[in-house]
Design a protein around this ligand. Structure first.
Ligand code: SR1
Ligand code: MG
Length: 441
């Protein structure tokens, strides 16, 4: 068995991760972006003209960073720079700049594993400035906003399913040789500060009276019931342990609908996956659960957005099934064709290979549903809620939608093992998220 040094030719896009010093780091502003980008010839070429011809606007709507769109006479780019703190909260919450290193490393690997065009093309990476200059996804909008507007992007779920299968399978011990896999796992373990955010915000803070949880008086009773539920508290800590300790594959790490961009619905619509700054080696079901959770949160919000909600909710729920089907189909294909790693080897499995794949997917499905529940609950109870629910105009309607989302979350967190299929989970969601007689729609 080959246990020599990692070969650069066998995995050309997995050449390790180098974290530089940040002594020369300078946070950008709208005013200073042109001078900085002018120093990068490939960026200056893409923009054309002179820096004085370039217009800059800050467009970041995420919780952590600043993002600039820069337009020149010949083209445009997107420049994303990490800040030494959490944008959502401010300088009182410091956060390491090296998250840009892991985001860039993840983008490179995702492009290699899922093909260029699914993630943004990187034009220039300046590690010391924690700055990634990417193609500008002009004409794209954030999927979360599109779903809130009740647009129907039929391509998103299948593309996300395929993306998950390819990135998760090809970064795991199913595909990589053990030396490369461990080097990768060790490299991304440096992104522990962002893992810690997830550990706290998803699995811990919602379950006690944390100062950063928003106060939501309409949900006091439901939140108190959640925290008084022994089975829920035990289950969430089990999911947390799985998140922290099961280094199965390179995860995107924050695969909610705000990390997906789409072009207008219809023929030729495009789907891009962005923002993998939370990337690390963790359980496959964490990314998969994030996608389902955010679809189900949108489905939960639909009654709050007024007439026509039944049809749209049905469409959103069906996207969850389409997502899982696309994931499982592509994963099975990769299992047959690309199982080049040292886990689940054919020389041992032989004729049981298909059954082994079924069992593997069944276990990933349980994780997916459990993590989906964990992610739904955090978005209802904790810091950084989702706009789908938070912007429902009428307070009683919002409270009803949030309470139903939280109830579904609890069933998933506690009962993932007893749900046979994603179709069954979808029926559970359909039942849990519909206002019953006497409840506010
Ligand atoms: C303080 S960061 C809050 C959230 O924003 C990111 O998108 C992640 O989901 C994180 O949990
Ligand atoms: Mg993000």
């Amino acid at each position: 068995m080959d246990s020599g040094p990692v070969s650069e030719t066998s995995h050309p896009r997995r050449l390790g991760i180098t974290v530089p010093g940040f002594a020369g780091y300078e946070p950008l502003s709208v005013e200073t972006v042109p001078a900085r980008l002018a120093a990068y010839p490939e960026v200056a070429r893409r923009l054309g003209g002179a820096p004085s011809d370039w217009s800059v606007r800050e467009v970041g709507d995420g919780n952590l960073n600043f993002v600039y769109i820069v337009e020149g006479p010949a083209g445009s780019v997107c420049a994303k720079q990490a800040l030494p703190y959490v944008r959502l909260v401010g300088e009182s919450w410091p956060l390491p700049l090296d998250r840009a290193i892991y985001e860039h490393a993840a983008l490179v690997r995702q492009a290699a594993d899922a093909g260029p065009g699914v993630v943004p093309e990187v034009i220039r990476f300046d590690a010391g400035q924690a700055l990634i200059v990417m193609e500008n996804l002009a004409g794209h909008v954030i999927l979360r906003g599109a779903l809130i507007e009740r647009q129907r992007h039929d391509s998103a779920a299948p593309i996300l399913g395929r993306f998950c299968a390819e990135t998760l399978f090809r970064s795991s011990d199913l595909a990589l040789d053990p030396v490369t896999k461990k080097a990768e796992m060790a490299g991304f373990a440096g992104n522990h500060a962002l893992c810690r955010i997830s550990e706290d915000l998803i699995f811990t803070d919602p379950y006690h009276d944390h100062e950063m949880n928003p106060d939501n008086p309409a949900l006091h009773e439901a939140i108190a019931a959640m925290r008084a539920d022994d089975a829920w508290r035990l289950a969430i800590q089990e999911w947390k342990f799985a998140f922290m300790s099961r280094a199965e594959a390179l995860l995107h790490g924050d695969l909610h609908s705000g990390s997906v961009m789409v072009t207008p619905p219809g023929a030729g619509e495009r789907v891009r996956i962005i923002d993998p700054e939370f990337a690390f080696y963790g359980p496959m079901g964490f990314d998969l659960g994030a996608v389902l959770a955010n679809l189900w949160l949108n489905a939960a919000a639909q009654p709050g957005w007024g007439a026509g909600w039944e049809d749209q909710q049905d469409w959103v729920l069906r996207q969850g099934e389409a997502f899982w089907a696309a994931f499982a189909d592509r994963f099975r294909m990769l299992w047959q064709e690309e199982r080049t790693g040292e886990a689940m080897v054919e020389r041992v499995l032989g004729g049981a290979s298909e059954a082994a794949c079924d069992a593997f997917l069944a276990r990933v499905q349980i994780d997916t549903l459990g993590f989906a529940g964990a992610k739904m609950a955090r978005r209802v109870v904790g810091l950084a809620g989702v706009a789908d629910l938070r912007t429902i105009p009428e307070p009683a309607a919002r409270a009803g939608c949030e309470a139903r989302a939280l109830a579904l979350a609890g069933r998933l967190v506690k009962g993932a093992r007893s749900i046979a299929t994603v179709a069954a989970a979808t029926e559970l969601a359909r039942d849990a998220l519909n206002p019953k007689d006497g409840e506010t729609a």
